[in-house]
Design a protein around this ligand. Structure first.
Ligand code: OGA
Ligand code: MN
Length: 238
């Protein structure tokens, strides 16, 4: 009995765990391996686990396609998209100076590329939206911060960037000082899932704000080719 009481009394003093606070950027860099395409805000210094989580949920692959494949996708998408006019604002005010369409059938070469995206982004059992979203942003176009509606889209969004580099910014919805900029190079693929898809807004910065690690990134006309999976049934019909 005495033994138990003593142990109980002693335990708290032995077991005090302090929250992990990293005081310097150098210490943060030792703990969090940040890929060169990512630039995280300084506020992440106090949230290293959030930082790791975000990085893990945002897969980027540069040169996912080569120049010929980029041209092949562009040649097939452009005739559809150029029939449309650039719109100043999106119906939910998320996109500025853009035009968009959805495409089901692609030629054999482009089908191969899109299947490669799908295989990398989605596990086999996952139901995918068959239509591919084509979004054309004018040189002066940009995408405002938003989270894709859970009613229309599942937990993963995969996007190929054609024609231009751009910067995608992810901002934590709960704490806006936690944000990460990603340099989306022309011909790169991103796969956004989990916390990056649900807990952070994403946006494509306008040219005036398009600065990555101090370097201006000129955004020209950019076309993205986006694949998504089916929404979780629990959100359908909301
Ligand atoms: C969207 C979107 C990002 C992109 O259409 O909802 O966020 O890469 N697009 O164009
Ligand atoms: Mn989106």
């Amino acid at each position: 009995m005495i033994c138990i009481l003593i142990t109980k009394r002693l335990l708290p003093t032995f077991n005090i765990i302090k929250p992990r606070r990293l005081s310097s950027k150098a210490e943060f860099n030792n703990v969090v391996e940040c890929p060169s395409y990512f630039h995280l805000s300084n506020s992440f210094i106090d949230f290293p686990n959030e930082a790791k989580h975000l990085i893990d949920c945002m897969h980027i692959q540069y040169d996912f396609i080569d120049e010929d494949q980029e041209k092949s996708l562009f040649d097939e998408a452009d005739p559809f998209i150029k029939r449309l006019r650039y719109q100043v604002d999106h119906w939910d005010d998320a996109i500025h100076q853009y035009r968009e369409t959805e495409k089901l059938k692609w030629n054999p070469e482009n089908t191969k590329i899109i299947n490669k995206v799908r295989e990398l982004a989605f596990p086999r059992h996952v139901g995918q939206i068959k239509y591919v979203h084509i979004l054309d942003l004018d040189k002066d176009g940009y995408i405002k911060p938003h989270i894709d509606a859970v009613r229309f889209c599942g937990d993963t969004i995969a996007g190929l960037s054609l024609l231009s580099d751009s910067i995608m910014r992810l901002v934590n919805e709960q704490n806006k000082s936690l944000y990460g900029d990603i340099l989306l190079k022309r011909r790169s693929l991103y796969v956004m899932k989990g916390t990056a898809r649900f807990d952070y807004t994403h946006e494509i910065l306008a040219n005036e704000k398009s600065i990555f690690k101090g370097e201006t990134i000129v955004k020209n006309r950019r076309i993205s080719i986006i694949c998504r999976n089916e929404p979780d049934p629990k959100y359908m019909g909301i």
